[in-house]
Design a protein. Structure first.
Length: 329
């Protein structure tokens, strides 16, 4: 059902009236479809009393995981420590990650020391999202020696995001700049400067953390005459060396834009196959390993230069393995 239509039928005044009348609220929820129930749960707002507790608890076994999750989220607003067993139950037994994550979040939002044992127990969960919510809840009690010791156990957790959060919160790891310049400053000699030379040699003269943005379109392996490499591994090793240096000269929080694409090396004869190299996918793990953080990918669509009718053969003989689809590059 259209949300705009629902908003015309279910007004803010009606929602305020329902949440303060448990009987009417329960009756209303029993007679609505999932879309309306979700809309009402999203619009409940502050719950300054416990009037809505029973109607919301009745939804915890609903077949729709979003309704269960929103019910728990709203129950957490009441901040009733008596709901702790309920939150623990659904964080433990529900099959939905969304619901379990919301339930652990609700435990943390109680901000009550009685919830500490449950939150510590969820640090052992298999779902990283559940663990992250448990960490978030325990950080309120980080001065507690027992809590701090339990969090330290996660310093070597397999999940990289958990390790990063714990390292920062426990050890206070923060980025320390090597540059003496302000973040918006850069060496004057780099201003409006064009340099002709081998990037591997020239970049050595660029100081650490002096560049805000690098946009580069590196050689496409041996697809163009301006670069010849003995092997694909040699090509990737070259790019790795260069981008390590680019990382060195880039200011914290600034960007590298890499323009590249897969390339194809033509076959040497009809008895052999051409070879396609997935350059972006092979460069990506190298960039991540050296410290870059992936932000986004942008597809450069160039329809005027792309093949228009690669599937013409299929139109003739209907053999799907005999053609390649039109490429979007």
């Amino acid at each position: 059902m259209n949300r705009q239509f629902i908003s015309q039928q279910i007004t803010g005044e009606l929602i305020d009236k329902l949440k303060n009348d448990p009987k009417d609220f329960s009756s209303f929820l029993q007679n609505q479809n999932d879309g309306i129930i979700i809309y009402v749960l999203e619009k409940l707002g502050k719950l300054e009393n416990g009037y809505s507790k029973e109607p919301l608890q009745n939804l915890l076994n609903h077949s729709n995981e979003n309704i269960r999750a929103l019910s728990i989220k709203n129950l957490a607003k009441i901040q009733d420590i008596n709901l702790l067993p309920t939150f623990i139950k659904y964080a433990s037994i529900d099959e939905s990650t969304i619901v379990r994550r919301e339930a652990v979040s609700a435990i943390g939002r109680l901000r009550n020391e009685k919830a500490i044992p449950a939150l510590i127990n969820f640090l052992k969960d298999k779902d990283p999202k559940v663990i992250m919510q448990a960490i978030r809840g325990l950080l309120v009690f980080s001065s507690n020696s027992n809590v701090k010791n339990e969090l330290k156990k996660l310093l070597n957790h397999p999940n990289e995001l958990i390790r990063e959060v714990i390292n920062k919160e426990i050890n206070g790891v923060q980025y320390q700049s090597k540059s003496q310049q302000k973040h918006d400053e850069f060496p004057e000699f780099l201003k409006n400067t064009v340099v002709h030379g081998d990037v591997q040699e020239i970049i050595k003269y660029v100081p650490d953390e002096s560049v805000h943005l690098t946009f580069t379109s590196p050689p496409y392996y041996n697809a163009r005459d301006y670069s010849i490499y003995q092997s694909y591994d040699e090509y990737l090793n070259f790019l790795e060396r260069v981008f390590k240096q680019v990382h060195r000269v880039t200011k914290e929080g600034r960007f590298l834009v890499l323009n590249t694409s897969p390339i194809i090396i033509p076959r040497i004869s009809r008895q052999h196959a051409s070879k396609r190299y997935p350059i972006p996918y092979d460069i990506h793990p190298l960039l991540i390993k050296m410290g870059w953080e992936f932000i986004d990918d942008i597809v450069w669509v160039k329809p005027e230069a792309s093949v228009k009718n690669r599937n013409a053969g299929f139109l003739q003989h209907r053999k799907p393995l005999a053609y390649k689809p039109n490429a979007v590059t």
